[in-house]
Design a protein around this ligand. Structure first.
Ligand code: URP
Ligand code: ZN
Ligand code: ZN
Length: 463
């Protein structure tokens, strides 16, 4: 099987040039001008199109038992949505709760994905308690190719770890040479504030942000950074949402802490007034950390453009309106999360690159190359180079669209970005050389996606 993509403009995190790309089987084997097409080779004319490396979403939830319910997507629906949006690899959070066995959970998550994903995938392994079995279990999981951990400093008694468990996890992570990702909010303070607000009769979605204010996220971020500094481990803050948390993360970076930062699409574009809407309209926008005051947006965009925010993920986590209504009487019962795997690339391109807030190469870096480097996928993924997997996005910059739940592929009955106009879209998307999306429609093979085994990176993280 071979494929020749002619006349496109290749854009990576570092370069921009016109060339043809020749693919044999799953791999890019030649890049050059006016390449010949052998007999039987499919030829795509990409004149006027931009060719990006397949985008990587470093933070998604697909199978997720959480807050008395389950996130809505399956690996089939989420991976089709991902591909239509230009994402060719996602890294899913494997999240057994504190009460469950970590190894059983790991096998369960892998079974759910195997044979059902249309794009490639990997996992971050959540460590939700640390006991006498944890070290041997985590060693087996890392040996299996899952070389990144996840800890939650929030969600007390469910996913959350205490400081001692965080210390043990980071100490082991340092020894194994793996990176630890962390949700940074202070669980005790959130719990106290939630109880206080409910006792005052403040039960609506608008109170969610008051129960998890910016200082509580800044405290969690600072504590995580301090534990990284003390243990020498490599860390990654997920879904950073506000300036105070950004400030402590940047200070930690400046003093040499091995820390990278992710923000997610909602925190660049949406704000807390959405959660103040009446009834389920407000509940749609409940996630943690919560949507913040708009004043944070400029700081996040500037930090992203400067590379102080390293990556942009989605924290894709769909719950439908009936599920959101589980919290009609108390905001603490609203399942936390909104989807975004389908919209990330188009929104960050439209709102970032086209509006002059985000350099084009930094866009590719934050949404593809940097996640590949940090999580052990580079140069197999995250770039366009001879020898790399042929995961390519042939992007039509002239396309104009409007986001709507009526046309989305994510399994949900609303879209948090409803009505947003988009400029450009992935027109053709390949996964290891096979065309999975054509003219913006999924035309591919549902089970094509492979589990990506990743080596620990030790001292060589690409920060
Ligand atoms: O609200 C969110 N973020 N839901 C998903 C779970 C998590 O914290 O990432
Ligand atoms: Zn989280
Ligand atoms: Zn998450």
């Amino acid at each position: 099987m071979s494929l020749l993509i002619r006349n496109g403009e290749i854009v990576t995190s570092e370069s921009r040039y016109h060339a043809d790309i020749f693919i044999e089987d799953e791999t890019i084997t030649h890049i050059g001008r006016e390449l010949d097409a052998p007999p039987e080779c499919e030829v795509i004319d990409a004149s006027g199109k931009t060719i990006f490396p397949g985008f990587i979403d470093p933070h998604v939830h697909i199978y997720l038992p959480f807050m008395s319910t389950f996130a809505k997507d399956t690996h089939k629906t989420a991976s089709v949505a991902a591909l239509i949006g230009g994402t060719t690899t996602f890294i899913e959070m494997c999240c057994p709760s504190r009460k469950e066995d970590a190894l059983d959970g790991y096998h369960l998550w892998k079974e759910k994905a195997a044979g059902n994903s249309a794009c490639d995938f990997a996992f971050h392994m959540a460590v939700t308690r640390y006991d006498e079995d944890t070290e041997s279990q985590l060693r087996r999981i890392v040996n299996d190719g899952t070389s990144s951990f996840k800890i939650f400093l929030s969600y007390k008694d469910f996913f959350g770890v205490n400081d001692d468990e965080m210390y043990q996890t980071l100490t082991l992570a340092r020894r194994l040479g793996v990176i630890t990702t962390a949700h940074c909010e202070n669980a005790e303070l959130v719990d106290r504030l939630q109880q206080k607000l409910l006792a005052q009769g403040k039960t609506g979605a608008e109170w969610h942000e008051h129960s998890r204010p910016e200082i509580i996220e800044a405290e969690g971020t600072n504590r995580f950074a301090t534990f990284l500094e003390t243990t020498g481990a490599e860390g990654y803050v997920v879904h950073l949402s506000c300036q105070p948390a950004l400030d402590v993360a940047v200070q930690a970076k400046l003093r040499g802490v091995r820390l990278s930062v992710e923000s997610v699409v909602p925190h660049f574009l949406l704000d807390k007034t959405l959660a103040e809407r009446e009834g389920v309209e407000g509940r749609k926008y409940i996630m943690s950390p919560p949507l913040r005051d708009r004043r944070n947006h400029a700081a996040l965009w500037a930090a992203l453009d400067a590379g102080l925010i390293d990556t942009v993920g989605t924290d894709h986590c769909p719950f439908d309106l009936a599920q959101k209504d589980l919290g009609a009487d108390a905001f603490t019962q609203i399942p936390n999360g909104i989807p975004g795997i389908e919209e990330r690339v188009n929104l960050m391109y439209t709102q970032g690159v086209r509006k002059g807030r985000l350099d084009l190469h930094r866009f590719v870096d934050a949404l593809s190359t940097k996640p590949a480097k940090l999580f052990g996928l580079f140069p197999r993924k995250g770039t366009i180079a001879v020898g790399s997997d042929a995961d390519l996005v042939i992007f039509d910059p002239e396309y104009r669209g409007v986001i709507s739940c009526k046309t989305q592929h994510t399994n949900n009955d609303y879209n948090g970005f409803e009505g947003y106009e988009t400029e450009g879209r992935p027109s053709i998307v390949t996964v290891r050389g096979k065309i999975q999306v054509r003219d913006g429609e999924f035309i591919g093979e549902h089970g094509r996606g492979k589990f990506l085994a990743r080596e620990p990176l030790g001292e060589s993280y690409g920060r």
